[in-house]
Design a protein around this ligand. Sequence first.
Ligand SMILES: [Fe+2]
Ligand SMILES: [Fe+2]
Length: 175
Amino acid sequence: MLVASIHRDHRNISRLLKLLGNKLTALQDEKAVNYNLIRDTVAYLQEHAEKYHHPKEDLIYHYYLERYPDADSVARLDQEHHDLAELTAEFANTVDMILMDAVVPQDLFAEKLNRFISSQKSHLELEERSVLPVLEHTLTTEDWAYLQSQWESEESDPLFGEQVADRFKELAAAL
Ligand SMILES: [Fe+2]
Ligand SMILES: [Fe+2]
């Protein structure tokens, strides 16, 4: 079920944000942090969330907006997906620089990490609290059946799926 898979993705993304939150606390306490795990988390969000999760949502949001064009909170999401992708790419660059031994002041990095976590979180909360409940209330069984028929790529999830990809094994173990 399409909407169920969106909620599931959100639960998974929440787990990742929680892990990042723990890293932020460690940084603020001046403890050592495994940057590989931060990189893997961001890589998962780029490879999976941006390629499958957001397009799945966009399909539903666009369909909804064709029928209920005055739904502001839904209309905002296009822009949010775009902004989130940019922020994620920028944050990924910073993490890569650190992994390549570039000097990035710890407090600057903590600030970026904090901003990254809160942007991801507020987007997720907007969808869970304001958008999905409206959609679920309004769209009919026929709408969902139609949307499901338009969504063919149910991909295998490299981190939360049955088969964890090698490059995400360390992250899976840390979760
Ligand atoms: Fe979204
Ligand atoms: Fe989402």
